[in-house]
Design a protein around this ligand. Sequence first.
Ligand SMILES: NC(=O)c1ccc[n+]([C@@H]2O[C@H](COP(=O)([O-])OP(=O)(O)OC[C@H]3O[C@@H](n4cnc5c(N)ncnc54)[C@H](OP(=O)(O)O)[C@@H]3O)[C@@H](O)[C@H]2O)c1
Length: 204
Amino acid sequence: MSETEMSPDGRDKVQKKPVRLIAAVCNDMGIGKDGKLPWNLPSEFQYFLNTVKRVSRPGKMNMMVWGKLCWYSLPKTTFPMANILHVVLSTTLDTVPDHAHFLCQDFESAVRLAAQPPLADLIETIWIVGGTQVYKDALKHPWCDLVYLTDVMADFDCDVFFPEFDRALFKEQEGFPDVPSGIQEENGIKYKFQVFKKEMGDAV
Ligand SMILES: NC(=O)c1ccc[n+]([C@@H]2O[C@H](COP(=O)([O-])OP(=O)(O)OC[C@H]3O[C@@H](n4cnc5c(N)ncnc54)[C@H](OP(=O)(O)O)[C@@H]3O)[C@@H](O)[C@H]2O)c1
C-alpha cells in the first residue's frame, strides 16, 4: 500500500500509508487504569516494540501516533526507539514533548505528515498506539487495514477502554506473519496475540 492518491478530504496528493492499531485488552476491553497499563507483561510489551519498529528495509521508518496521556505514561527509558518517528496528539500542548518528534492537533494532520513530503518517502507504516479517541479516529480512517490486539485473558479494573469495532468488517486472521500463535503465559496471566484485517471491499 504505497500508491499516490488524493488525500481522504480530496485536497492534496499523498502517498497512501497503512494505518495500523496495536493494543492489549483484558476481558472487558479495558486497556488502562490511572494512566498506566493495568498489568505487567514484559514479553507482551516487547512484542509491541518489535512489531512497531519492523520495517521492510534499512533506511525506512515507521510513525507512532500517541495520545498525550499515553505518551507521558511510558518510562522515558523506552526512548529512543529505532526506526520510529513519534507524533503526539494534543490540542493544548504548544511544544513537542521531550523525545517526541512532532506535535499535531488532530489525527488527520498526523496521517498527512507521514503521507506528504518530506516524510512520505521515508515512512512505511503509521502505528496507532492509543488511547481511546486516537483508536476511534484510526478505526474510521479509510487507510486503516489491520488491528493488532493482544487478548489478555483476565479481569482487571480499568478506567480506559478500547473502542467497539466491527468484527464483521475486521476479520480475525490465522497464522499471521511475525505473530506468535497459541496461548502465552507470563506472571500467571494468559494472553494471545490476534490480528484483525479489514476486508476492504468496495468501500475504500
Ligand atoms: N493496553 C494498551 O494497549 C494501551 C494502549 C494505549 C493506552 N493505554 C492506556 O490508556 C490510558 C491513556 O489513554 P487515554 O485514552 O486516557 O488518553 P490519551 O489518548 O493517551 O490522551 C488523551 C489526550 O490526548 C490528546 N488527544 C487524544 N486524541 C486526540 C486527537 N484525536 N486529537 C487531538 N488530541 C488528542 C488530548 O490532549 P489535550 O487535552 O491536550 O488536547 C487528550 O486529552 C493509559 O492508562 C494507558 O496506559 C493502554
